[in-house]
Design a protein around this ligand. Structure first.
Ligand code: SF4
Length: 81
């Protein structure tokens, strides 16, 4: 079983530095693993209109959408992106 960075962040959700941590993880992803800025914005726009979004967290999968949306291999569990 692989290490889930998202769950690790979730445990620290009350930390005021959470946004910086998410940003660092995204920036640390290899460029071949990241979607383009345009695709990233498209995904987050969809999440922003979704009734499953609570704060920065997707209630369908439990992930921080900012991090999940950045990965080429990631997908929306509700097939919205
Ligand atoms: S990942 Fe999918 S289900 Fe979750 S908030 Fe975004 S669009 Fe909604």
């Amino acid at each position: 079983m692989g290490f889930c960075r998202m769950c690790d962040i979730y445990k620290e959700a009350s930390d005021p530095k959470i946004r910086d941590q998410v940003k660092m993880l995204i920036e640390g992803m290899a460029s071949k693993e990241r979607v383009s800025d345009k695709e990233y914005a498209r995904r987050l726009d969809i999440c922003g209109l979704c009734d499953r979004l609570s704060g920065n967290t997707c209630l369908a999968c439990g992930c921080f959408v900012e991090l999940r949306a950045a990965g080429k291999a990631s997908h929306c569990s509700k097939k919205k992106w």
